[in-house]
Every structure is written in C-alpha cells, then in structure tokens.
Design a protein around this ligand. Structure first.
Ligand SMILES: Cc1cc2nc3c(=O)[nH]c(=O)nc-3n(C[C@H](O)[C@H](O)[C@H](O)COP(=O)(O)OP(=O)(O)OC[C@H]3O[C@@H](n4cnc5c(N)ncnc54)[C@H](O)[C@@H]3O)c2cc1C
Length: 395
C-alpha cells in the first residue's frame, strides 16, 4: 500500500489551499454578518475558481470538468473543508454526477452548462412526509401523451434559491417502493413551479434551503433523466461520491483546521503560570481529536481509492459519512472547550463551525440510516465488503 501523494497532486492541493485561504476565508465574516454572499462577490469567486481550473473538478474531462480521480477529489475536499459551506458551493460548484446520465440534447441543455458554471442544479428528493424513507414520496408525475404532469412538493432543497433547475424525484408508477420512482430535470422558470419559503436553519448562513411546489408542471421526454422507474437508483448510485467528498472529506478538513487552532491555543494560552497545553485534560482533548481525524481521513481515502479501482464501496461510504460527521462533531465540541469563552464567542469561527457541522449527521442520510446500510451489508455479505478489494481479510 503506497500512501505517498504524487508531486503534481501536492501542487494542486497547495494551490487549492492558497485559494481557500486567500480568496474565500476572508469572506466568511461578511457572510456571517449579512446572512448572504453578495451576488457580485459570488460571481467574482466563481470566475477566479474557473480560471484556476477549480470548478467542477469532480466531472470527467470529456465534458469539460477537471477529471480528478476520487483520491485527488478527496484531497481537494480536505482543503475545501477549511472554509464555510456557502463559499465552497459558490467557488467550486456542486455539479452532481447524476447529470452524467444526460443523453442526446439533454447534455447541451443541462449537463454542459452545469459543468461550465453557467447553470446550477439542486437535488429535490425530501418531502415533508418522506425524509429517510426516500421511496415514500407522494409527488407524482402522471403520464400524459408523450410526457408527464408533475404535482406535489419538496422541502429542504439546498441551494434552491440559487439554482436554475432541480433534479426532482416523482412517483411515475404504482410499483412498490423505489421501482415506481423516476427523476426529472425541472427548470425553475417552468409554469407551475414555485420556489417557496427559505427554511431558516441553525447554521449554514448564506445558504438557501427552500420549499418547492409543483402544480400541473408539464414535462416532456427531455426532462426525464435515465429510464422511468430508475430514479432512486440513479440518484443513490451517484450521490455516494457527494457524501464522500462534500461531507466526509470536507468534515475531516474542517476538523483538521480546528485541531491546528486548538494546538496553537494550547501552546500560547497561559493559565496558572503555564500554557494550558501542559494540563493533561487539555492534552487528552487534542490527542482524541488527532485520533478521530486520522482514522476518518484514512477511511475517506480508502473509499476513494476503491472508487478509482472501479469498485462500489457503498457500505464504506456510509461508514465515511458516519465516521467523519461524528468525528467533526466531537472535535468541534472539544475546540469550544479548549478555547473556553473564546470558543463560544463569535470573534472566532469555532462557534460557527460548531453550529454548521451539526447537520452533517442529518442530511444526505442520517447517521442512523447509514448505520443501517453498513449493518445490512455485513449481514448480507459478511466481512467481504469491508476491505478494499472486496475480499475478506481471511481470504
Ligand atoms: C440543511 C439541510 C439541507 C438539506 N438538503 C437537502 C437537499 O438538497 N435535497 C433533499 O432532497 N433533501 C435535503 N435535506 C433533507 C435531508 O436529507 C433529510 O432531512 C434527511 O434525509 C432526514 O430526513 P428527515 O429530516 O425527514 O428525518 P426523518 O426521516 O423523519 O428522521 C427522524 C429521525 O428518525 C430516524 N430514523 C428514521 N428512519 C429510521 C430507521 N429506519 N432506523 C433508525 N432511525 C431512523 C432518523 O435517523 C432521525 O433521527 C436537507 C436537510 C437539511 C437539514
């Protein structure tokens, strides 16, 4: 097993680190204070990121993306974790890989403009009555001539206010559970689409999480992504990479930043005539954080490496989601403690991170649901899926 990072990847990672620290971090305070990122500033960071080749790095080169391997994407996302969610979204893009299912004219209409950063897509699966149970939706797309009529509603759609179109799950057939669900690309401007309330959140200032309503929205063949009845399969088959990079690796990156801050503070802050880092109870918080980070980081990279080998590390990505999100939660809590009153004060980014990171255990599948996925994998296939090459350690 070779853990060395090649020189060209190191160069890429250090230029992403520089971009994050010099261009994005200085904007964090402005977003927190105003509750949004000014459209001109958002445009400016998008253009800078595109000029540097940082936009849509996850997408293949043949559609104009950066073509990074999964391991490279993970390393890049570790750096993105050093700034806030909204700034990462605006600068690096959230170009969902489900758009690679676009065929024929769909590519020019949806996929390519998304990769170029001209149009953005949000995922609209969750409904007030269907969250963890993604197959329990009541939004319907009823066949009508050679198209469908969409009715229903969604909520908690991240980036909804900023997005130009939505990937919407809807029930197209009476088949049980997931087999009756399809996914449609629906333009925000289409008649019958209403972007509703921006749902206020505990953290993630500057972001938007909206309700959507669909009232007799007329859809044609060009709106259907992939085959009818395969909607959940398409979304769940590609969202793993989002979980791995945007949640797993970014969480580890944020935790790493916090540990660096805690370590510096433990060396510099003196109480009782000595640096607080001399106290074993403070040391143990640093050590536990380092252990949390090192294990989550390795798991992220291993799952990414599996993807690069053409394997499907579904259960491992679920482990990453739980491990990284919960590790960051623990590290953020310790960071508040080690900084004392300053950790609770808005003068430092720690309290923002503490609020922002809580959702990582909830969205894109709660920790409980991902534990269910891991346990089901174990019960179905023994240890076989836990190690990288699909063989059990004993094999
Ligand atoms: C900030 C934010 C952004 C989001 N962005 C998006 C988005 O862009 N697109 C989108 O479609 N959705 C989005 N969501 C929705 C998110 O994915 C859901 O909130 C999440 O899947 C959980 O669903 P729920 O909130 O309905 O909780 P519920 O499903 O009602 O769960 C409530 C509790 O019950 C537990 N539970 C449920 N089922 C089981 C089970 N089988 N076993 C054990 N425990 C269980 C859960 O773990 C949880 O603790 C977002 C949510 C938030 C808060």
């Amino acid at each position: 097993m070779n853990f060395a990072i090649p020189e060209d990847t190191r160069l890429l990672i250090s230029s992403i680190r520089r971009f994050v620290e010099e261009e994005l971090c200085p904007l964090e305070e402005q977003v927190e204070a105003k509750g949004n990122l000014a459209p001109d500033t958002a445009r400016e960071i998008l253009l800078k990121s595109r000029a540097l080749g940082f936009y849509a790095m996850n997408m293949p080169e043949d559609v104009g993306g950066g073509g990074l391997t999964a391991v490279e994407m993970c390393l890049a996302a570790l750096e993105m974790g050093r700034t806030s969610d909204i700034l990462v979204r605006r600068a690096f893009g959230t170009v969902y890989e489900l758009l690679l299912e676009c065929r024929g004219t769909q590519r020019e209409e949806w996929l390519l403009p998304a990769v170029r950063g001209e149009r953005t897509c949000a995922i609209a699966m969750t409904e007030p009555g269907a969250g963890s149970d993604a197959a329990g939706i009541t939004t319907t797309a009823k066949a009508d001539g050679d198209g469908w009529i969409l009715n229903g509603g969604k909520h908690f759609v991240s980036d909804g206010a900023f997005s130009d179109f939505f990937a919407v799950t809807a029930r197209t057939g009476p088949e049980a559970a997931a087999r009756g669900i399809s996914v449609f690309l629906v333009d925000k401007a289409m008649p019958g689409v209403t972007v509703g309330r921006n749902q206020p959140m505990m953290g993630l200032r500057g972001g938007s999480h909206v309700e959507l309503a669909f009232d007799d929205v007329r859809l044609g063949r060009k709106h259907l992504l992939g085959e009818p009845g395969r909607g959940l399969r398409i979304i769940l088959g590609t969202i793993g990479r989002v979980r791995l990079f945007d949640i797993g690796a970014r969480a580890v990156g944020t935790a790493t930043l916090l540990l660096e801050m805690m370590t510096r503070h433990a060396k510099n802050r003196r109480q009782f005539g000595v640096p607080i880092g001399d106290f074993q109870m403070v040391q143990s918080q640093l050590a536990d954080s380092a252990i949390d980070i090192a294990s989550a980081r390795l798991l992220c990279l291993e799952a990414a490496w599996d993807i690069d080998q053409g394997l499907d590390p579904r259960e491992k990505v679920s482990m990453v989601k739980v491990c990284s999100a919960e590790a960051l939660g623990r590290v953020a809590d310790r960071a508040v403690q080690v900084f004392g009153g300053l950790g609770y004060c808005k003068d430092l980014p720690i309290e923002r991170i503490y609020r922002d990171c809580r959702v990582m255990r909830i969205y894109d599948g709660t920790s409980e649901i991902h534990r269910v996925v891991v346990a089901r994998g174990l019960l179905k296939g023994g240890a076989a899926r836990v190690v990288p090459n699909g063989k059990s350690v004993a094999d």
